[in-house]
Design a protein around this ligand. Structure first.
Ligand SMILES: C[S@@+](CC[C@H](N)C(=O)[O-])C[C@H]1O[C@@H](n2cnc3c(N)ncnc32)[C@H](O)[C@@H]1O
Length: 301
């Protein structure tokens, strides 16, 4: 393992001593262990709604602690600015990254259509693979969720157009030519799904925002906030749901800010450096090892 780490580091022009490679190994063990142990099963979350557990990533599709539906509403829809926009616009566009079970989109459609039944909603749903097992959504979302997966034509008649795009997002993001009012960024967590959070991919993704559009995610990871800041975006924190720190929002023009405490961490922590994937095809494990090599070097200086 230590030899592997040293070889991968060399690929990126980083020379590691054995001691440094051991430190990288320790960081990997500390940050990348599964958050939950279960086998691709459906589980009940705290608000009573169900979610899936991904065996591949060792993580649930939604926060078990906050509740799956509550997470969609409070961590994604509320901070996205869409509720306000829906009152004033005739059409909105959403890019839903890590579409998964479709919960984020379903919750958004339900509430936005309640606010303005005439609103036209276009959604691009991107995912590597769409799940074969789907837990049922609770009322009032059950019917809408079924339509998303079984009869999207029925939704088109109601002014909702959902385009599902399958494949590694690094290869598919370029297909979208539209600009979005909101981007829901909902992959698994940065250290378990690193290719989804690199500065290089985030540049492409946030480049799809309208000038007043908002990118939203549940994560508060410093590597992500730093990347967004380096891309020249205004970065802020959404209201915490079920834990101390909130998620992250950013925009090209909306003047989001972080608290002094969070700003300090972004400036001082050795973890506040971006994940990198210049070629957009680096294996996830290499993205992570490169990152922790850089963290260890910073810690040692
Ligand atoms: C946390 S789940 C998404 C939950 C979803 N938003 C919902 O409401 O049901 C993360 C999703 O990211 C997808 N994903 C992971 N890596 C990806 C990649 N490289 N490209 C596209 N999608 C990816 C997974 O397949 C998974 O469906």
């Amino acid at each position: 393992m230590v030899e592997d780490i040293k070889k991968i580091a060399e690929k990126f022009g980083i020379v590691l001593s054995k001691e440094e490679a051991l430190k990288v190994q320790k960081e990997l063990k500390r940050w990348c262990k599964p958050s939950i142990r279960a086998d691709g099963e459906i589980i009940k979350t705290r608000d009573g709604s169900f979610t899936l557990i991904s065996k591949e990533y060792g993580e649930p599709y939604h926060s078990v602690y906050a509740g799956a539906v509550r997470e969609c509403y409070e961590k994604f829809l509320l901070p996205s600015g869409l509720i306000d926009k829906t009152k004033k616009s005739s059409r909105i566009t959403i890019i839903d990254i890590g579409f998964g079970l479709g919960y984020n989109s379903v919750v958004a459609i339900h509430h936005l259509k309640n606010i303005n039944p005439a609103i036209e909603i276009k959604i691009y749903g991107l995912d590597k693979t769409f799940p074969s097992k789907l837990p049922p959504m609770p009322e009032p979302y059950t019917d809408l969720h079924n339509k998303v997966w079984e009869n999207r034509n029925a939704l088109e008649r109601e002014g909702v157009l959902i385009e599902l795009i399958e494949g590694d997002i690094r290869n598919t993001i370029g297909v979208i030519k539209d600009r979005a009012d909101a981007i829901f960024h909902d992959p698994f967590s940065p250290f378990r799904n690193p290719e989804m959070w690199t500065i290089d991919l985030l540049r492409k993704i946030t480049g799809k925002l309208k000038e007043d559009g908002i990118w939203v995610s549940y994560t508060s990871a410093l590597c992500v906030r730093k990347a967004l800041r380096m891309l020249g975006l205004f970065v802020g924190e959404s209201t915490p749901v079920g834990r101390k720190r909130g998620g992250t929002v950013c925009s090209p023009s909306k003047k989001f800010e972080l608290s002094i405490h969070e700003e300090r961490k972004l400036n001082l922590s050795p973890y506040a450096i971006p994940l990198k994937d210049e070629t957009l095809n680096t294996p996830p494990k290499e993205i992570l090892i490169r990152y922790f090599c850089e963290v260890v070097k910073i810690k040692d200086t």
